[in-house]
Design a protein around this ligand. Structure first.
Ligand SMILES: O=P(O)(O)O[C@@H]1[C@@H](OP(=O)(O)O)[C@H](OP(=O)(O)O)[C@H](O)[C@H](OP(=O)(O)O)[C@H]1OP(=O)(O)O
Ligand SMILES: Nc1ncnc2c1ncn2[C@@H]1O[C@H](COP(=O)(O)OP(=O)(O)OP(=O)(O)O)[C@@H](O)[C@H]1O
Length: 493
């Protein structure tokens, strides 16, 4: 990328989250991730260009030196910091403004620093010809996949109902979303195909900010912005149909919508379970009985104790292991945070030695990995636990990108290959990446505790009940019978 020849017309709006806005190149598989600031700061940027550069470099270092060791470097693309002409950034910001969802416009794109993170476009990994079946890409923000231990929580409900499911009630009550999602991360992280299928169905049904589908780099399925309308499942089916007719059900041109969705979900679940290295394993939490959420609608008896567990080295396994570096829960962690905070008030210069805000290097990683379980009362042991917790927070907030690339057509007259196809090999090759691996600031910990308290008290107050109309009301992807018999209706896997 030649930064001195940047033209805003070569870039278009791609998406955004709470902290950054992403534009993609119209021709090359590249994106630029730009920082966002609260709109109130738009006249006076909250940091200098040097600080913005440092912040983005910190993001690169954290991803490449810390998270990639924990999650597996094969999943990670850390990118590089680039300096862009300010005029280009200003014009870009004007150009994309109209495409931004209104609910994200409480923040503005950083047009002052000229700094951005340049990354491969994970939704459109390579230049592809304009065919009916360009790569499909599914983005999932899975959130936290385990329950905290009883030992560290003051409210028993936290060890029975997962944070995501409780948070849904708070989000609906506070107006963030109109309807509650029935997705439960513990089902997705279970490694059991029936539970995972159930989880993905609920992601599809109420995608919120947890599920998107891209086709050839274009977003074709996501939540509808601030509307009561359901997501456009028929539109998605229209996009998916050519892939599944072509792939594994070539003989039938009458595949039902349900069969297409089933096939799509199966391919996705298989990609999430695919290993990129070692053999299978079962995660610890299964032994601890912390893998079922009482709020999940999945009928637990269907799987009994025959839990499959996640294959070691699958993307979900690696994310879950990293999330589980949070061994104390925010409640157990908070006194340690306070110890560090007090120490920093007394000795402000210690902030740098303790690597409170980085640098994110091998020494930092070592502290995270070698942190002893017991607290010896020192500030060193407290900060090590805080670092572990912050790393776990990043893993609880990251997203997974699964790219499904249709395989080349096989020769029709090749008997051997045709017989192979009868065994239903996947019609796709898949690749998996993890994105949004930014460090979580030390100072965000008190907010975490406050939010945790609000979520739990809202859940306890409503007794898990919801205001009328906040459950998915639209014609559901899952019929009533599907909900009851969900696992029986899918193809055997
Ligand atoms: O606290 P949570 O669980 O609500 O997570 C926040 C996310 O909300 P979610 O519940 O996924 O909709 C939130 O996502 P949205 O803005 O809601 O899309 C951010 O990812 C936020 O991270 P950061 O503060 O911008 O670094 C996330 O905050 P932290 O990861 O810093 O807690
Ligand atoms: N490398 C990439 N390739 C393709 N799309 C990307 C890439 N990075 C981000 N995106 C898209 O841009 C969106 C916003 O990016 P990202 O999640 O990094 O923002 P964020 O502000 O850090 O999010 P959060 O709200 O979780 O803090 C993503 O949901 C994804 O759809």
């Amino acid at each position: 990328m030649e930064v001195d020849k940047m033209d805003e017309n070569d870039w278009k709006y791609h998406g955004e989250g709470n902290k950054s806005l992403v534009v993609c190149h119209v021709q090359f598989p590249r994106v630029l991730r730009l920082l966002k600031y609260p709109a109130a700061d738009s006249e006076n940027p909250p940091q200098t260009a040097e600080q913005a550069f440092r912040q983005i470099q910190n993001m690169v270092d954290f991803s490449s030196k810390v998270m990639s060791s924990l999650l597996g470097d094969k999943f990670i693309h850390s990118g590089e910091v680039v300096k862009l002409p300010l005029e280009f950034v200003r014009q870009l910001s004007i150009k994309i403004q109209q495409q931004r969802p209104a609910w994200r416009c409480d923040k503005v794109m950083d047009i002052y620093s000229g700094c951005a993170l340049c990354l491969p476009n994970l939704t459109s990994p390579a230049l592809h010809q304009a065919t009916l079946t360009p790569p499909l890409c599914i983005e999932i923000k899975p959130k936290c996949g385990f329950l905290p231990s009883h030992k560290h929580v003051s409210k028993d409900i936290k060890a029975r109902v997962c944070r995501y499911c409780m948070h849904q009630h708070f989000k609906v009550a506070s107006g963030k979303w109109k309807r509650r999602s029935l997705y439960c991360p513990l089902d997705l992280f279970s490694g059991n195909k029936q539970r995972m299928t159930f989880a993905v169905r609920h992601l599809l049904e109420e995608p919120q900010n947890n599920f998107k589908v891209f086709k050839g780099g274009q977003c074709v399925y996501s939540c509808k912005e601030s509307s009561d309308d359901p997501p456009d499942v028929n539109g998605l089916l229209h996009h998916l149909r050519p892939y599944f007719l072509q792939g594994n059900n070539r003989t039938s041109s009458h595949m039902t919508n349900k069969a297409i969705l089933n096939d799509f979900i199966q391919v996705l679940v298989n990609a999430l379970l695919s290993e990129r290295g070692d053999g299978g394993a079962v995660t610890d939490r299964q032994e601890e009985g912390r893998s079922f959420c009482e709020a999940s609608l999945f009928n637990r008896e269907r799987v009994g104790h025959a839990s499959q567990g996640l294959p070691a080295d699958s993307v979900l396994f690696r994310i879950l292991q990293t999330q589980m570096l949070d061994t104390l829960d925010i409640e157990g962690l908070f006194p340690l945070y306070r110890r560090v905070e007090q120490h920093l008030q007394d000795f402000p210069k210690e902030r740098s030695r303790l690597q409170v805000d980085g640098p994110y290097n091998e020494a930092f990683l070592e502290k995270v990995q070698k942190c002893r379980m017991e607290d010896d009362g020192s500030v060193e042991s407290a900060i090590a636990k805080v670092h572990q917790y912050c790393v776990a927070m990043t893993a609880k907030d990251c997203s997974i990108m699964v790219v499904l690339q249709p395989r080349e057509e096989e020769e029709e007259d090749d008997e051997g290959l045709r017989r192979l196809r009868d065994f239903r090999p996947s019609p796709f090759s898949s690749s998996v990446s993890i994105l949004d691996l930014d460090p979580k600031p030390f100072d965000s910990i008190p907010r975490q505790l406050r939010l945790d308290q609000k979520i739990v008290s809202c859940y306890l107050r409503t007794g898990g009940a919801l205001p009328k109309g906040s459950r998915p009301q639209h014609p559901s992807i899952l019929s009533a019978a599907d909900r009851e018999e969900c696992t029986l209706l899918f193809h055997p896997m």
